[in-house]
Design a protein around this ligand. Structure first.
Ligand code: NAD
Ligand code: ZN
Length: 350
């Protein structure tokens, strides 16, 4: 779990005070910021001291192991050691910050640690500051990376942030479509967790709260206001806590295949898949469709048209490799239910 959490409008202003006891001599703090903020006022509010630097994270594509390794190497070459790393951005930037923190202290490549509990040593001090709400990356024990052979997280007890700063003012200007796709990631986490076989009271308590907040902002309210940003930020937190003690399910397992082959982004990829999952989550999918309609967002279709057999095989291999997700969704006998044939037909529908 996260060591320290601050929440509230404007709490970003406490960052200097939060970081100061964590500074080790003159070793710098590294502020890894989503490139969207380059030239924006937020950059002027970053509490730079001594040798601290800002690095803009290029999140045009979702994080890769090669990108993590290069960033960690750059910091080792330039500074030897650092006091900490602060990731400010959406799920991609937060995941990059988590992974770079771990690779400052663990040997080899981040690709060596894609899987469950492979990371050997705690990383350097790390802080997460979301500027989009939904992924739950601010609380999760994983950092999702695309590596040479797979898209899989570094899932470990060393992966969660030491501190998070949840300031709903930072998500105010997110574009409507992006806010929806990332917000739906949270909604889908709730459905997959609450309908999953791994469910327990811990996950259920957080999942139900997150679901209720998603329904409030995406269905019940007629205008998007500050309260919506406040609520969606807490939905993301609670949704992340819900899957921390359970798992995601069919939408994520299928969407990982799309992302690996076609580079489809996580939020929109989950939406593309969710649109066709009536068989697995009938109520969730019906409500999802109402949210799409109410928020006037387009969900792309026909993205698998014209793919070759080999490409379908690649997506299916990535997807079926996510065993815990399938087991959570369909139970211990999932392989009998989700046959390759059935999965192929599902991909063809997307
Ligand atoms: P993102 O971080 O990929 O960002 C999407 C786009 O929004 C980018 O172009 C970014 O520059 C821009 N952006 C970010 N903040 C903005 C703001 N306030 N205003 C305007 N634009 C802004 O999007 P995401 O949906 O938050 O994250 C997706 C990533 O999170 C994927 O890489 C996925 O694998 C990862 N993820 C991780 C976990 C986890 O537990 N670690 C869980 C779910 C998803
Ligand atoms: Zn997700």
């Amino acid at each position: 779990m996260i060591g320290y959490v601050v929440y509230g409008r404007g709490c970003f202003n406490q960052l200097d005070e939060i970081l100061s006891p964590q500074r080790k001599g003159d070793a710098p703090m590294i502020f890894l910021i989503d490139h969207f903020f380059n030239g924006k006022p937020l950059v002027n509010r970053i509490p730079l001291r001594g040798k601290d630097i800002i690095i803009y994270a290029d999140v045009t594509n979702e994080p890769k192991t090669s990108q993590v390794d290069a960033l960690a190497q750059q910091l080792k070459n330039e500074f030897g050691t650092i006091s900490g790393i602060i990731g400010i951005g959406g799920g991609s930037t937060m995941d990059l910050a988590k992974a770079v923190s771990l690779m400052m202290t663990n040997p080899g490549s981040s690709a060596d640690y894609q899987g469950w509990d492979l990371v050997k040593f705690p990383g350097v001090y790390k802080v997460g500051i979301p500027t989009l709400s939904g992924t739950g990356a601010e609380v999760s024990r994983t950092t999702v990376l695309t590596g040479p052979t797979r898209k899989l997280g570094m899932n470990s007890d060393f992966t969660p942030f030491d501190q998070i700063v949840l300031d709903p003012e930072l998500i105010k200007d997110a574009p409507v479509n992006q806010r929806f796709y990332t917000g739906m990631d949270c909604y889908i986490h709730c459905i997959e967790s609450l309908q999953g076989t791994y469910l327990n009271e811990f996950s259920k308590s957080y999942g139900e709260k997150a679901l209720q907040l998603c329904q409030r902002v995406f269905l019940e309210k007629d205008v998007w206001d500050d309260e919506s940003d406040n609520q969606l930020m807490m939905a993301s937190y609670a949704g992340g806590m819900s899957i921390a003690y359970s798992q995601v399910g069919v939408a994520h397992a299928v969407s990982y295949g799309l992302s690996y082959l076609l580079g489809t982004k996580h939020g929109i990829g989950n939406c593309i898949v969710m649109n066709h999952l009536e068989e697995y989550y009938p109520e969730g999918v019906a409500e999802f469709k109402r949210m799409v309609e109410k928020n006037k967002v387009e969900i792309p279709t026909g993205i698998c048209k014209g793919l070759t057999d080999e490409q379908f095989e690649t997506m299916m291999n990535v997807s079926l490799g996510m065993k815990p997700l399938w087991e959570n969704a369909l139970g211990k006998d999932w392989e009998k239910i989700m046959t390759r044939d059935k999965l192929r037909k599902l991909y063809e529908k997307l």
